[in-house]
Write a protein that binds this ligand. Structure first.
Ligand code: SF4
Length: 107
């Protein structure tokens, strides 16, 4: 599993520090509701990458319609039409990533 997580990915994991009614698991040994990692809202969270916007110039830099832009990049992205100041490009929002400080450094 990738250890550099988004907040959304971290929220699916079990926090070893969380306690709900004195425990972090139910009597049947499963994760107690409310014992999930809270990601960047936790004081132990370490930020690996800040959120950023990735852009790639379109094959047809003058395109004002997605149909004219050329080959779409493989990842989930949105088309941004050409303007007087900027070429047509593809834009992707990359969320911030981090990891729990309890596990030490992550490479
Ligand atoms: S960052 Fe670590 S200590 Fe903080 S909520 Fe997530 S798993 Fe728990």
């Amino acid at each position: 599993m990738e250890l550099k997580l988004t907040d959304e990915e971290a929220s699916t994991l079990w926090c070893p520090m969380a306690r709900v009614n004195g425990s972090n698991r139910t009597e049947r040994g499963v994760r107690a509701p409310g014992s999930e990692c809270i990601g960047s809202r936790c004081a132990l969270w370490v930020v690996d990458n800040d959120a950023k916007v990735l852009t790639r110039v379109a094959e047809n830099q003058r395109a004002t319609r997605v149909e004219d832009a050329g080959k779409r990049p493989p990842d989930d992205c949105e088309f941004v039409p050409a303007t007087a100041r900027l070429p047509a490009h593809w834009r992707t929002d990359a969320p911030a990533r981090g990891h729990c400080g309890l596990i030490g450094g992550v490479k």
